[in-house]
Design a protein around this ligand. Structure first.
Ligand SMILES: NC(=O)c1ccc[n+]([C@@H]2O[C@H](COP(=O)([O-])OP(=O)(O)OC[C@H]3O[C@@H](n4cnc5c(N)ncnc54)[C@H](OP(=O)(O)O)[C@@H]3O)[C@@H](O)[C@H]2O)c1
Length: 209
């Protein structure tokens, strides 16, 4: 599939690079092609192309948002997604590893409000980029879980396919309002790893009996 990435820093590049190696076409969506992260991403993977953001959205089938949460409103408001899937990888993180919107509403619902022409699915948000660079756990007979939330079934099916290509087992936790709980899961992972010293390659798994 043709995938556009708004943001190719640690998260965007890890996902783009792995998905390109699985056969997807990657377009970097950035209005500043001299940006350090854009230049670095293209040096590391010469198969990436780059286009201005709105043009990249028109070319792509699925768009990833992997920019700082605080930049989301100004990035998204001018854009027309024409009903396409927008994967929200962002996290609103506040001081002291708190929820950046005081847990009143999820960042994903704000992203949906700023991009009303998109079908937003929250995914790839609950782990650090290390698990997006390498989601394989060869010593286990089970895949790492990727919890997703969104309002549109067809968009969630697209994301489920990408998860599968990357090696994650999708757990669909419901509509976009559920993303608030994902954002709290993120805070737990960040606290455990970045503050308390747990290994950055740990993930959650979904076991059901
Ligand atoms: N780091 C993690 O482990 C992790 C894990 C899961 C989710 N997340 C979330 O994912 C998002 C990205 O995190 P990251 O660690 O990948 O950040 P990062 O390494 O700092 O990369 C940010 C990317 O966003 C671009 N960007 C920043 N401001 C922009 C703007 N106004 N317009 C267009 N592009 C802009 C940057 O481009 P320039 O180089 O041009 O500035 C860069 O490509 C954040 O919301 C974060 O909370 C992070």
């Amino acid at each position: 599939m043709k995938l556009a990435f708004i943001g190719v820093g640690k998260v965007g590049f890890a996902l783009a690079n792995n998905l390109q190696q699985k056969g997807h076409q990657v377009i970097i969506a950035h209005d500043d092609t001299d940006s350090e992260s854009v230049v670095s991403a293209q040096q590391k993977n010469s198969a990436f192309t780059a286009l201005p953001v709105q043009k990249a959205i028109e070319e792509a089938e699925i768009i990833f948002l992997a920019t700082p949460f605080r930049a989301s409103e100004s990035i998204l408001k001018p854009l027309n997604f024409n009903g396409k899937t927008l994967i929200d990888c962002t996290n609103p993180v506040g001081a002291g590893i708190s929820h950046g919107l005081a847990s009143k509403i999820s960042g994903a619902e704000k992203v949906q409000a700023w991009a009303p022409t998109a079908q937003v699915v929250k995914s790839y948000s609950i782990y650090g980029y290390e698990n997006l660079e390498n989601p394989s756990f060869p010593s286990y007979d089970i895949k790492p879980a990727m919890l997703i939330a969104g309002n549109d079934t067809a968009s969630k099916q697209q994301v489920t396919q990408l998860n599968s290509d990357l090696g994650f087992e999708t757990v669909d936790i419901g509509d976009l309002s559920q993303a608030l709980h994902l954002e709290h899961m993120t805070l737990l992972w960040v606290k455990m790893v970045r503050a308390d010293g747990h290994h950055p390659n740990f993930t959650w798994a979904y076991l059901e009996r």
